[in-house]
Design a protein around this ligand. Structure first.
Ligand code: NAP
Length: 535
């Protein structure tokens, strides 16, 4: 049957269905509510109770996988292009759901929705360059022994299992498609599990793609509601790509099935990302102004609910006063309120539970740092604070103790950051590393030699480092924006994962095999394979 998505925008709240085993299915009972964080209203329910997840995974493996792998990379890339076009045609619908279920302003929704479409288009284009190949190669055949005819070649064979994608609540669109694009291009079917609280957008997007009949049966499934026994059915050839909190990530890594079967797992977890103002950057200099603008943008974009958002604001001690004042001044001009109001710059956090968690985080941070900015009489535009999930932008200062534990360890997932003064550059690098491994750092300086030194010093503890000198102050993509061409992930606390990075991301969905044979055989293999670097 075509999708029976009964929860179309504007209708009464309904129970989300899951698309598993090639059909739409409803879990039993009402399940968990999905709310509108601006009004507190319930917009949908999600239940996965009683769904046959074992059968769903078998369908993906036995039906979806073989159908996908009958196609070449180039043909699968074409499918991604069609998915992107299908989604782009309903952009306004996605923005509406993002506002109603995630409290997104148009700018917030664009990061999620347009980011998803852009990522799909990127892989449609770059994947097309792999043409008719059905496996990857890494380099060229090499001689292995005295006999020059005995050679070796590393190739990548697409996995024959299912890719289980578990996503966080803050990017229901981008989180779904940035993972699915790479997996589908690789030839591995996807079973996506969005976070329950914002699953509506993910579910509607999957429904649109299923309705359009773009993908073979079994190539794309979605589970709405709690994961239940999902991980119990993993086996050799499956992968898990997880995005979410460090605690849940740790639980997945420790899952008995994951450990016993050595199931490949990628973890994208939380992170206390830093922005670092160089020692040379005086108040009022271009680099100072770019820095302040970026900190404020990162604190308020998506109400601070980006895993890459700036949480720690490292400034030379002599600039701490000026930087704090400039950031506080800009924050005081941010209009917080109903994202439907065109005046609004920042919407609510995702729901009341998240508001409670952020408020608790603010209280805890306040035990080790001083409040530098918090609006008095906080009253969001067109919203009732008794029912709505708004949190005021809040800036702390760690001037009394820049090393304070919580400043470097507690991720408050909302519009909250702390200014941390440093003595000299070595102190700045040491403070940045105290995050224990982060997704992203950005450094702002007019001194390019300092930027290069910072890059090296921070490289082992960060997945991405943005080095901003004034020549790119206005043209860079933003501290918190993940680009499909660049690797996303970070060491240590950030999960130790790697996603995207252009076609390099395909390797996660392939088994790398060292092939050894005669020159003629390996030449054949070389010709049948595509190099993700050179095509
Ligand atoms: P979360 O509570 O860890 O949940 C993430 C996902 O895991 C959800 O889909 C959740 O499902 C699922 N889950 C929960 N328990 C599970 C279990 N035992 N087995 C399998 N799956 C399970 O995180 P969140 O609150 O949605 O997201 C916020 C966090 O994500 C923040 O800490 C943020 O830093 C991090 N994040 C990281 C990145 C990154 O790329 N590194 C990106 C975005 C967010 P239910 O919703 O049904 O519980």
């Amino acid at each position: 049957m075509a999708t029976t998505v009964e929860n179309r925008i504007g209708t009464e709240a309904k129970v989300l269905q899951s698309y598993l085993g090639g059909k739409w299915q409803a879990g039993s009972g009402q399940g968990a509510p999905l709310t509108n964080p601006t009004t507190g209203e319930t917009v949908a329910w999600a239940s996965s109770q009683g769904l046959d997840l074992k059968g769903a995974m078998e369908h993906s493996r036995n039906v979806g996988g073989p159908a996908l792998r009958k196609l070449s990379y180039g043909q699968r890339a074409e499918l991604l292009g069609k998915i992107a076009d299908t989604l782009a045609a309903r952009r306004d619908d996605w923005f509406e759901i993002a506002r109603k279920n995630s409290g997104n302003t148009k700018a917030d929704a664009s990061i999620d929705v347009d980011g998803a479409i852009f990522t799909l288009k990127y892989f449609a284009k770059s994947g097309g360059k792999l043409g008719g190949a059905r496996m990857l190669r890494d380099g060229a055949p090499m001689r292995l022994a005295k006999d020059p005819n005995f050679q070796g070649l590393h190739v990548g064979v697409p996995l024959d299992g299912v890719a289980v994608h578990i996503n966080a609540f803050n990017f229901p669109a981008w989180g779904l498609w940035e993972k699915a694009a790479v997996s589908l291009l690789a030839g591995v079917p996807v079973l996506s599990k969005p976070a329950t609280s914002t699953a509506w957008l993910a579910q509607e997007m999957v429904a649109a793609v299923i309705d359009a009949g773009i993908l073979p049966d079994g190539a794309l499934s979605i589970l709405c509601g709690s994961p239940n026994d999902l991980l119990d059915h993993l086996r050799l050839g499956d992968v898990v790509a997880f995005t979410g909190s460090a605690d849940t990530g740790e639980g997945i890594r420790q899952h008995a099935r994951v450990r016993r079967q050595n199931v490949r797992v990628n973890i994208e977890a939380d992170s206390l990302n830093a922005a670092l103002l160089g020692p040379d950057a005086a108040s009022g200099s271009p680099e100072f102004n770019f820095f302040v603008r970026e900190v404020v943008r990162e604190m308020t974009s998506k109400a601070g609910q980006k895993c890459t958002a700036i949480r720690r604001v490292l400034v030379p001690a002599e600039q701490a006063g000026a930087a704090t004042e400039a950031i506080a001044d800009a924050l005081s001009k941010v209009v917080v309120g109903d994202p439907a109001n065109a005046m609004t710059n920042m919407g609510p956090v995702v729901n009341m539970a998240q508001r409670k968690s952020v408020e608790e985080g603010i209280r805890n941070l306040g035990t080790q740092a001083d409040v530098a900015y918090m609006p008095e009489n906080f009253a969001p535009l067109d919203a009732d604070l008794a029912r709505a999930a708004f949190v005021a932008p809040t800036l702390f200062s760690a001037h009394k103790n820049p090393e304070a534990d919580l400043v470097h360890q507690l991720e408050v997932f909302g519009p909250v950051a702390t200014v941390v003064p440093y003595r000299d550059k070595q102190h700045a690098f040491e403070l940045a590393r105290r995050g224990g491994g982060s997704l992203a750092a950005s450094v702002y300086s007019g001194d390019t030699a300092f930027l290069a030194e910072a890059a090296l010093a921070l490289g082992t503890t960060h997945g991405r480092i943005m080095l901003i000198d004034p020549s790119i102050g206005d043209s860079h993509s933003g501290h918190g924006i993940v680009l499909p061409s660049c690797m996303h992930g970070g060491p240590g606390r950030a999960g130790g994962g790697e996603e995207l990075g252009g076609l390099h991301g395909l390797w996660f969905y392939h088994q790398r095999v060292a092939m050894q044979g005669s020159g003629v055989t390996l030449k054949l293999m070389e010709e049948a394979a595509a190099d993700p670097v050179s095509g």
